[in-house]
Write a protein that binds this ligand. Structure first.
Ligand code: ATR
Length: 272
């Protein structure tokens, strides 16, 4: 890829940012389609001034990550209705009409799940009540799932359950988890280096379950290894990461994303 005076700039902003996998995926996509685009990771502390920078520098597209997904919203010109409902923006598109915020985490998770299962009418339990759980819960609800939340701190799950229109159970309520069709770990449990940890006891899973983990490092968490051995349908966390980036790529470039190229680049970085 040759950078010149006509190159369109995109970036990811967050803090910390140096471990972000987004530049790898987006730049691989630009290269494959021979687009004169470049994508950088920028560490941002001051979100208000960073958004002014996006405007004044004409940055075309911005991925937004922790800790700015909520705070960035106040500085944008328009927010997509789903992102507004979720209360978080992970994507900014710079158009003639100004800066518009989207949430592609939600779509990423739903796309990853829909590769393996239909969602409408399914009973889905989400373990966790943080930002990721929130995006997934709204997505599942929109698709017609019966959503239940379970979280270490029950009060956090209750707040989210009320916002989404979901049920709330105690994290120790194994029977309710067992009775569900889809089980999603939306906590950070199992993430490297604590790879032996898992949110679920092994004996809860049976082969009828569809099990998704949002943790992508390692690619196959202990939860997913257990689920795979029990014959469950499994959904890798990296797929959510991939598909949220695919939607961003298409918003930024108005081109169909080269999914396989971006997936290969991501998996190479994850050590596959
Ligand atoms: P994110 O935005 O990535 O979802 P977050 O907002 O910090 O991250 O949310 C982390 C989620 O993982 C929360 O639901 C958290 O539970 P609490 O609400 O009780 O804090 C959950 N979580 C983190 N570590 C956990 C652990 N060791 N056991 C169980 N749940 C955990």
């Amino acid at each position: 890829m040759k950078i010149n005076a006509k190159t369109t700039l995109c970036c990811v902003i967050g803090n910390p940012i140096e471990h972000s996998l987004s530049p790898t995926m987006h730049n691989a996509g630009y290269e494959a389609l021979d687009l004169n685009f470049a994508y950088l990771a920028l560490r941002v502390e001051d979100i208000k001034n960073a958004v002014s920078g996006i405007r004044s520098l004409g940055i075309r597209g911005v991925s937004v990550t922790i800790p700015h997904k909520k705070s960035v919203m106040a500085h944008l010109d328009a927010i997509d209705p789903l992102a507004k409902k979720i209360g978080a923006v992970n994507t900014i598109v710079n158009t003639n009409a100004g800066l518009k915020g989207y949430n592609t985490d939600c779509e990423g998770a739903i796309h990853a799940l829909e590769e393996r299962t239909s969602i409408k009418g399914k009973r889905a339990v989400i373990l966790g009540a943080g930002g990721a759980a929130r995006a997934i819960a709204f997505g599942l609800k929109e698709k017609g799932a019966i959503v239940t939340l379970a979280n270490r701190t029950r009060s956090n799950a209750e707040i989210l359950a009320k916002d989404v229109g979901a049920l709330c159970i105690d994290i120790s309520d194994k029977e309710s988890v067992k009775e569900s069709d889809i089980i999603i770990n939306a906590t950070s449990v199992g993430m490297s280096p604590l790879i032996e940890n898992t949110v679920l006891e092994e004996n809860i899973l049976t082969k009828t379950h569809i099990v998704m983990d949002i943790v992508y490092n390692p690619k196959e968490t202990k939860l997913l290894t257990t689920a795979r051995k029990k014959g469950c349908t499994i959904v890798y966390g990296y797929k959510m990461l991939l598909y949220q980036a695919i939607t961003q790529f298409e918003l930024f470039t108005s081109k169909k994303a080269p999914v396989e190229v971006m997936e290969t680049a991501l998996l190479e970085r994850l050590g596959e």
